[in-house]
Design a protein around this ligand. Structure first.
Ligand SMILES: Nc1ncnc2c1ncn2[C@@H]1O[C@H](COP(=O)(O)OP(=O)(O)OP(=O)(O)O)[C@@H](O)[C@H]1O
Ligand SMILES: [Mg+2]
Length: 462
């Protein structure tokens, strides 16, 4: 493993040299006489730990500490102070110092303090690695290249960090709301605690209360004799995911609201209140705004659930994701079925891009599964897709390059193929005129060289 790196910042040369000498064997040490020089060096290379004198010339140790905490929150800071400086030590600890050592320095003590501090880093790194592993295990590969979905992912990563804040995820069916809920949980500080899912649409109306809050011994006939814990309790300190929350009855909505407001509930048949802390993430493909208008969904509950609102764009709103998702699913199914697939023909791609994906990502996944079952070959062709995809495209052999906006064919045509065909023709012509000089050809078409080369490679499969 790489040696940990330590910055020593002290204006007294003897202290800098003394510390460097002792620590040099175990760590990579760099010493600076003032905070300004240390901060400049930090811009290039962040140390794991900084030993920082409080009484420095120029920028004070406390100000330097604040600057480090702000710019480099992962760098641990251990303050070096004189005995009489108790007040300063207190303000240093409040400003985020990890620990402090007192002058005159005892090297043994210093080594122990540093060793302990670095253990914290080691542990933190271990936890991060474990969390990443957990994420991978629990969330199937999340594909999203469009700006729209990347913005959503960036947003939920930030939201995930505050583990008490309820999040409401809204979006059409099949857009990935369940995946996003799991991503919030596994990116949160509570990732090791349970992620309990309640499918509000699947639980019979009469049972929802007991499912959520549990019941006590003999609460109702047919109840388990010993009583049962509810899902809210199962999600203690973790995340309670209320899927299809728009399907909750008004009665269940009232009970849920009470729990969200007070953090407490009574199990069915019980008189003893229970208190549980859990983050509530909910999702629905129903139009809650409309449901509130018609009185089917409580407004107060809506505001409680949706302290943070996440709107997942439909697949049609993010066409840049269609091909990456299609290729990902096709490869997955093809591998599972032992079929070697290397690509999707441009005709089939055009058909997939044109389709109106009312079932969103789920529909695309199903289409790719069906295609993988049916097709045999290296490249998925238009014929391998369902007939409805073929019907949407013009007959093959019909040249579309000459379609004029004025005589728009009543049966429609494939705009993507037409534009590609035109582009191909112009690139060919430009190359001819430029006698195969790419950069000159690019100039003829007003394109930059890189874009030209990229498009040419793509369109002519070079
Ligand atoms: N960005 C994505 N990357 C990979 N797979 C995805 C992505 N989005 C969705 N999926 C997959 O598509 C399917 C549908 O997603 P999910 O169940 O999360 O949708 P949903 O929004 O909860 O739908 P519904 O409202 O019908 O419950 C799942 O199999 C999921 O794994
Ligand atoms: Mg769902």
């Amino acid at each position: 493993m790489n040696k940990f790196s330590i910055f020593v910042v002290d204006d007294e040369k003897t202290i800098r040299d003394g510390i460097s000498m002792v620590l040099d064997e175990t760590y990579r040490v760099s010493a600076y006489p003032d905070a300004e020089k240390a901060l400049t060096a930090m811009k290039k290379n962040q140390p794991d730990l900084t030993l920082l004198d409080i009484g420095l010339p120029g920028m004070s140790g406390i100000d330097a500490l604040k600057a480090i905490r702000k710019e480099y929150p992962d760098v641990l800071v251990v303050m070096i102070t004189a005995y009489e400086d108790v007040d300063t030590v207190i303000s240093a600890m409040k400003a985020g110092a990890h620990d402090y050592v007192v002058k005159p320095l005892h090297m043994d003590g210093l080594e122990v303090t540093i060793g302990n501090a670095l253990d914290t880093i080691r542990l933190k790194k271990e936890v991060q690695t474990l969390q990443r592993k957990y994420l991978k295990e629990h969330i199937p590969c999340f594909i999203g290249e469009s700006k729209a979905i990347q913005d959503v992912m960036d947003f939920i990563k930030t939201v995930a960090q505050s583990p008490d804040t309820p999040v409401l995820i809204q979006g059409e069916t099949g857009t990935g709301k369940e995946l996003i809920a799991a991503a919030i949980h596994y990116n949160s500080p509570n990732w090791k605690s349970p992620f309990a899912t309640v499918n509000c649409a699947a639980i019979p109306k009469d049972l929802i209360e007991s499912e959520l809050f549990g019941y006590t011994k003999g609460a109702f006939s047919g109840a388990n004799a010993a009583g049962k814990k509810g899902l809210v309790e199962a999600a203690a300190n973790g995340t309670l995911f209320l899927d299809e929350v728009g399907d909750l009855s008004l009665e269940a909505q009232a009970k849920l609201l009470r729990f969200l407001e007070l953090g407490e509930f009574y199990p069915l048949g019980g008189s003893r209140k229970k208190q549980i802390k859990t983050r509530v993430v909910s999702a629905t493909n129903k139009n809650l705004a409309e449901m509130m208008e018609t009185g089917q969904f409580r407004k107060d509950l809506y505001f409680r659930l949706g302290v943070i609102n996440v709107k997942v764009p439909s697949l049609n709103q993010r066409p840049d994701d269609i091909m990456p998702l299609a290729k990902h699913f096709l490869k997955g199914f093809s591998d599972k079925l032992g079929k070697g697939v290397s690509g999707i023909s441009s005709e089939a791609q055009a058909a997939l891009m044109q389709h109106a994906w009312t079932g969103n990502v789920r529909e695309l996944k199903n289409v790719m599964e069906a295609a993988a079952i049916l097709f045999n070959g290296a490249e998925l062709k238009l014929e391998d897709l369902d007939a409805s995809f073929r019907a949407a495209l013009p007959e093959s052999g019909t040249s579309t390059a000459n379609v004029d906006a004025a005589d728009f064919p009543a049966e429609g045509f494939c705009l993507v193929s037409m534009l590609e065909e035109m582009e191909r023709k112009f690139i060919q012509k430009a190359m001819q005129l430029a006698q195969n000089n790419e950069s000159q050809a690019a100039r003829l078409l007003g394109m930059n060289h890189h874009t030209f080369r990229y498009r040419r490679k793509k369109l002519f499969s070079l």
